[in-house]
Design a protein around this ligand. Structure first.
Ligand code: DHE
Length: 690
């Protein structure tokens, strides 16, 4: 444990050191940067000691440190010239600590990490609290002196006399994977699947999060990896330790696991799927008309993530009509074309079919089609080529990387299509191209299937589902989530690690644009509205930047603005997951769910469509948890927001807060829900209203 503390101290030190030069505002005595004067030491032995400290601490995971093998991280400040900038920092008017010399500044940064927060960490604001403040005592004096001395002498080429020179990269010792007991390995494998695979990939090749293959993780080392897992990053990596979901020991086990070769999980056949397939109520025994007096089209299917359930809630009365078991860590729900059926997909690839016409809606069929899934969609087309309403469903899997066609009424799986293929740009084989969002075209019997890692949008014709034709459109790597424009002709999908939105014309079936956005766009399905200056736009918020970006979507009447970013609306923070509006609303709603500041994480904002340059209002929806995801009721008059709490904390497990959309006033709370996340109104989901 001491070793972990060490790295956290060190990370904190380095994070807090500003690499930014600032103008001196007040006269101050000259500050020495010479190691001897600073109380540090120089020479080969101490350089080796410093390098050992940097290596043991895994400082290179977060910082660029010249001469330190593998030190190319960007979570913390670039330390290339820290010997110079430390001096400028203590003299600057923005410095908030007590140090008078550069060396004292470095030591202070270790012993009191919050004394001063550097401004620039890899182009972003530095993160407060990346390391605990009470860890200085675990760092030995000699090592501390050596590290301080080393940093004071940077940039090395200007301090050659000090004996500090850059170490050639060839001396990098990647090291071997640390030992891990079988029990720890098995636990970490399962934990990785549950918490990490979604962003980093089952084979750890990276997508929403960076690659975590041994060539990347071994040079970072156990301590640095554990620190990042414990503390999270501003780039959207959750702070698993701080949230109390992993202990420090567990983060170390995870860090060791990440340095092993990733285990390849097994395949999954149609025969295996069929073994799990159950029709609980056959179609012939189901109601022929709605059995309820309620307006079932105004039901909300609410994900209760950690309960492995969904709640069916009446949008008029706010009563819970039923709570049913679905899959593990339930992810999303989509409705059949008529709205009568809800299809709920769990992360474990379990699909549940709920009949909303029953007096008490319940699961009528279920099946597991893979080990790891995120998306489900239905056949919606009704036209010249036939009526496919409520006929088929499709599930998109992360592992094995495939999608599966199922009978829409019984969930009998009947066709598997593998997505293993080649990247659209470099034409390299990828063993794990995962299925991200899937969307049903309103114009043709087609599903738009987004293949994350290869960057291809597959247009899958389901009119002859045993012999499907697939058009593969080159788009952008790391496709994730997206939605339709207001005419439903164009599909806008976030290539989130590429910071782009790809636009697909569903009529002509071609890519029409790739639009550069801010960092890590994450639209959910996005928000369509009329900008007072630029006409129809579709908006996304971002995980990596505090901003809403709006893109013109009207080629007919606003050709000058089409497929261009026409407006950027700043938000108080980053970490946003979802944005939502309704054609009748004057607002755009946005969350900041994954912001590292707990207050911002439970704060939501609205932007007025009439004055979209700035947010109109922001407020906390609860005093615990995270605010996540919005959904309108069928009438478009109320907005539901989830408070994503902690399943193990009675009273704080989560709730839904309902606001009047016209006044922004709270109208109701549905309390004591277990970790509610996504909410899907039947009517709005069927008609793609957002
Ligand atoms: Fe989601 C949509 C994948 C984490 C809640 N999420 C999607 C979609 C994908 C996806 C591909 C689009 C589905 C579609 O439209 O067909 N989500 C992933 C991940 O890979 C990721 C980043 C990590 C993981 O391990 O799963 C992830 N998602 C989350 C969460 O942590 C959220 C907030 C809560 C949860 O489920 O654990 C979450 N994702 C949602 C929701 C939607 C979604 C509510 C649908 C939004 C909508 O309005 O359509």
């Amino acid at each position: 444990m001491k070793s972990l503390k060490f790295v956290l101290i060190l990370l904190g030190v380095l994070i807090l050191i500003s690499a930014c030069g600032r103008a001196t505002q007040t006269p101050a005595p000259p500050v020495s940067t010479r190691p001897e004067e600073a109380g540090g030491v120089s020479g080969q032995t101490d350089r080796d000691l410093a390098l050992k400290g940097f290596k043991d601490g895994g400082c290179g995971a977060c910082h660029i440190i010249p001469g330190v093998p593998g030190a190319a991280g960007t979570l913390g400040p670039d330390l290339s010239a820290i010997g110079q900038t430390a001096q400028e920092t203590v003299l600057s008017s923005t410095y908030t600590g007590q140090a008078k010399t550069a060396a004292d500044f470095l030591r202070e940064s270790i012993s009191k990490p919050d004394a001063y927060i550097a401004a620039d960490c890899g182009g972003k604001a530095c993160q407060k609290g990346l390391m605990p403040a009470n860890l200085a005592e675990t760092l030995g004096d000699a090592e501390l002196d050596a590290i301080v001395s080393y940093m004071l002498a940077l940039p090395a080429q200007e301090n050659a006399a000090s004996g500090v020179t850059a170490t050639p990269q060839s001396t990098l010792q990647a090291g071997n994977a640390p030992e891990l007991s079988q029990a720890d390995f098995d636990w970490a494998k399962q934990t990785y699947f549950e918490r990490c695979a979604g962003c980093h990939g089952t084979l750890r090749m990276g997508a929403t999060g960076p690659a975590l293959t041994p060539d990347v993780t071994q040079p970072m080392g156990t301590l640095a990896l554990a620190a990042i897992i414990f503390n999270g990053t501003t780039g959207g990596m959750p702070d698993w330790g701080k949230q109390g979901l992993l202990t420090q020991e567990q983060t170390e086990i995870m860090a060791k696991f990440l340095q092993q070769e990733p285990p390849t999980p097994p395949e999954y056949s149609l025969a295996q799927m069929k073994e799990t397939w159950k029709v609980l109520v056959p179609p012939a025994e189901r109601p022929t008309q709605p059995q309820t007096q309620r307006d079932w089209q105004n039901y909300f299917i609410v994900t209760l993530r950690d309960a492995g359930q969904v709640a069916i809630i009446d949008g008029d009365t706010h009563e819970i009509v039923n709570t049913v078991n679905s899959g593990y860590a339930v992810h999303i729900t989509r409705m059949s074309a008529t709205g009568r059926y809800a299809y709920v997909i769990g992360r474990d690839g379990k699909l549940a079919l709920i009949d909303l016409w029953m007096e008490k809606p319940d699961v009528v069929a279920q099946v597991q089609v893979c080990y790891d899934a995120r998306s489900v969609e239905v056949s919606k087309y009704n036209g010249e080529k036939g009526n496919f309403e409520d006929k088929y469903a499709i599930v998109g899997c992360y592992w094995p990387p495939h999608f599966v066609f199922l009978d829409g009424q019984t969930l009998e799986p009947f066709k598997i299509v593998s997505t293993r293929s080649y990247t659209y740009d470099t034409e390299e084989y990828h063993p794990e191209p995962r299925v991200a969002s899937i969307l049903a075209s309103h114009f043709k019997p087609e599903w738009i299937v987004n293949i994350k890692e290869t960057g291809l949008v597959w247009i899958v014709d389901y009119s002859d589902p045993n012999n499907p034709t697939i058009k593969m459109i080159e788009a952008e790597r790391f496709l994730h989530d997206g939605g339709l424009d207001s005419t439903k002709r164009y599909f806008l999908v976030a290539a989130n690690q590429s910071n782009k939105i790809a636009v697909i014309d569903l009529l002509e079936e071609k890519l029409v644009a790739k639009v550069e956005t801010d960092a890590i766009p994450h639209p959910g399905r996005g928000a369509n509205w009329i900008d007072p200056e630029f006409g129809p736009v579709w908006s996304t918020s971002h995980l990596g930047d505090g901003a809403i970006v709006s893109i013109g979507t009207d080629p007919e009447n606003h050709p000058d603005h089409v497929w261009k970013v026409v407006r950027t609306t700043p938000l108080p923070g980053d970490g946003s997951l979802f944005i939502k509006t309704h054609p009748d609303s004057k607002w755009i709603w946005v969350d900041m769910t994954l912001n590292t500041d707990p207050v911002l994480a439970r704060t939501i904002c609205v932007v007025a469509k009439a004055q979209p340059d700035a947010v109109h209002k922001c407020w906390q929806v609860a005093d615990y948890g995270r605010a996540v995801h919005f959904e309108y009721n069928k009438q478009g008059t109320q907005v539901w927001v989830s408070v994503w709490g902690d399943a193990s904390k009675p009273g704080q497990t989560g709730e839904i807060v309902i606001y009047d959309d016209a006044t922004l006033k709270e109208v109701a709370r549905i309390p004591n829900l277990v970790t509610p996340t996504g909410k899907f109104n039947v009517y709005n989901t069927v008609y793609d209203i957002y």
